[in-house]
Design a protein around this ligand. Structure first.
Ligand code: ADP
Length: 582
């Protein structure tokens, strides 16, 4: 068997070969041998020196940060203590197929560079074998060792060494490198030296792994920072005390605030007093947001931007909240488009309302006692009257929706009983209900009435839409039932019908502008799809909520909840009226 063939041979972990010329063995074999030998005083003193050197090597880990310098210092310290000629550390080549020198003590530069240019294949020679098996291997005389390929003998001779020990650097069961100790003369490695080499190798492995983690983190940090820096949305991050930790360039641009001025600071009133430009940041930082919910913020001062602000809690690995992030999204262009659109609708509706009112007046007078007498003509006029009514209703809906969107629908709140408003609305819709033979009933609450802070006019519009829908979407002979009841901190109003219901897959859209469910279109062809949008928008202004339960062909119930004044913070009605009007 040639030496080349030998290198490829599978070596047993406890292999130990001893001849008059060389011994070669694994660390397990050395341990076995150690147990059979007695230690001399000289050997004992040498071991003490080595242990002292070991203590020193651990210091390098604590002081230095650069992995190459740490390894060079360790190599030097341990090399001197052991009386070795060279010590070097090996790492994997980029393709992981070979190994080359990372740092060395006592070795010529050319040899180190050569190993980098032509890495040793993994599994070959002592270092390759050690890194592949994850085990320390030694030879007392490499030149006589049959594991040395003859082609390498000239290099070994030039390097002028005989004894060689290679130890893997192991981290979490994977080999991250290797360390070799070279002696000029023939040298029998004992278990003690091998163990020391293993400890040093472990220290070096920690340094290599730390450097790798540090580099990975650094790369990750650079990646994340560059993503955040190039984002088209503003990002502000605060710690748990509300201090600004991070403020990306886009946030600086949107809020017209420089990051340097506020990093590390809590944005409070005192700061805004000193620098009025911080007002917008202060408003955003101190406003109440629900997590992950989007809220609009119209910039104050010179800026005319409208932002969408999302609050995102920042959590550590154990899900503890350690801070908060605000994402700022500029929606000014979309807002502008919406404004132009609603302006157009408002103007067009205004223009159409006047001639329509005239038409309605003319039709009414033609239908009067002095008007058309021919029953056929009368019928046509009645149809025309209905169509005009629908058109007027549509135009009113369009106008109301655009006023709501623009925010020009003013509110004037007073504390009052809502029951009369419900009664009035039902009375107004009685004709509609009778025409469709729908029974409408109302359950008034117990005395004394629970008062809520409302603006009666828009609330009438809300009730009219809800009750009219309930009548409209109920088959002949059906019922509509309204009820008011006090429920802990709210006054609940329900509008219930046993009509066509809302299909499950369309429920999520019914508060959207212009949306009409398929069954509603089939059942009642007329409708703008604006009613519920108006209802929801008006109720929001009242701090009231609306939800519904519905089953197709069974019926629908809308639940509206108004906050009760006495359950709220003790504030005078007057103050509240002013606040809401603002
Ligand atoms: P519309 O002019 O179509 O009535 P709304 O905005 O008032 O518009 O209502 C939107 C859609 O919600 C309706 O088209 C219908 O599909 C559904 N809807 C509202 N109220 C009821 C109800 N009481 N019963 C069944 N469907 C309803």
């Amino acid at each position: 068997m040639t030496p080349e063939e030998n290198t490829a041979r599978k070596i047993q972990p406890d292999e130990y070969v001893e001849t008059p010329e060389y011994t070669t063995m694994s660390i397990r074999a050395a341990r076995q041998k150690q147990q059979e030998e007695r230690i001399t005083p000289d050997a004992f003193n040498r071991r003490l020196r080595i242990l002292e050197a070991l203590e020193k090597t651990s210091e390098h880990l604590a002081i230095e940060l650069d992995v190459k310098i740490i390894l060079e210092r360790i190599a030097e310290t341990i090399g001197i203590a052991l009386g070795a000629k060279y010590v070097n550390f090996w790492g994997h080549s980029p393709d992981k197929k070979g190994v080359s020198i990372m740092a060395a003590y006592g070795m010529q530069k050319e040899y180190i560079e050569h190993s980098r240019k032509e890495p040793l294949p993994l599994g070959v020679a002592w270092i390759g074998r050690s890194m592949e098996t994850g085990m320390a291997w030694s030879t007392s005389n490499v030149r006589k060792d049959p594991f040395l390929p003859p082609s390498w003998l000239p290099v070994v001779t030039q390097q002028n060494y005989h004894g060689l020990l290679c130890t893997p650097l192991v981290r979490k069961e994977s080999t991250v490198g290797g360390m070799c100790i070279y002696y000029e003369h023939v040298h029998d490695f004992d278990y003690f030296e091998m163990s020391i080499a293993t400890i040093v190798a472990n220290q070096a492995a920690t340094a290599v792994e730390n450097a790798r983690i540090f580099n990975d983190l650094q790369a990750e940090r650079i990646k994340t920072t560059s993503i955040i820096y190039s984002l088209n949305d503003g990002l502000i991050m605060y710690d748990s005390e509300g201090r600004v930790l991070f403020f990306n360039p886009r946030a600086q641009e949107l809020l017209l605030v420089s990051g340097d001025a506020i990093l590390g600071k809590q944005i409070d009133e005192a700061l805004v007093k000193k620098d009025p430009l911080l007002e917008n940041l202060f408003n955003i930082a101190t406003a109440e947001y629900e997590d992950y919910k989007v809220k609009e913020y119209a910039m104050k001062g010179h800026s005319t931007l409208t932002l969408e602000v999302t609050r995102i809690p920042v959590r550590d690995e154990s899900s503890n909240t350690i801070g908060v992030m605000h994402v700022l999204h500029d929606i000014t262009p979309a807002k502008e488009l919406e404004r132009v659109k609603s302006n157009f609708i408002a103007t067009a509706s205004h223009q159409m309302r006047t001639p329509l009112t005239g038409m309605r007046w003319a039709i009414d007078s033609l239908l009067g006692t002095d008007g058309v007498q021919d029953p056929k003509h009368k019928k046509t006029l009645e149809l025309l009257s209905n169509t005009t009514d629908h058109l007027v209703q549509l135009i009113n809906d369009l106008l109301n929706a655009s006023r709501i969107e623009e925010g020009s629908l003013g509110f004037s709140f007073t504390l009052q009983d809502i029951a009369p408003v419900v009664e009035k609305t039902i009375a107004n819709l009685r004709i509609n209900a009778d025409q469709r033979s729908v029974q409408v009933s109302f359950d008034k609450p117990e005395d004394p009435p629970a008062l809520v802070s409302i603006d009666a006019e828009p609330i009438e519009l809300v009730l009219q839409n809800l009750i009219d829908n309930a009548i409209k979407y109920t088959r002949e002979g059906g019922f509509v039932h309204a009820a008011l009841a006090k429920k802990s901190s709210v006054l609940q109003l329900i509008v219930k019908d046993n009509g066509i219901g809302i299909p499950e897959d369309e429920k999520q859209f019914i508060f959207n502008k212009f949306f009409r469910a398929k069954n509603a279109v089939r059942h009642h062809t007329d409708g703008s799809g604006l009613g519920l949008f108006i209802v929801k928008s008006i109720l929001e202004k009242h701090d009231a909520t609306i939800r519904f339960e519905s089953e197709e062909n069974k019926g629908t119930t809308f639940f509206i909840e108004f906050p009760l004044e006495e359950e709220k913070m003790p504030k005078s009605t007057e103050t509240k009226t002013k606040e809401k009007q603002q």
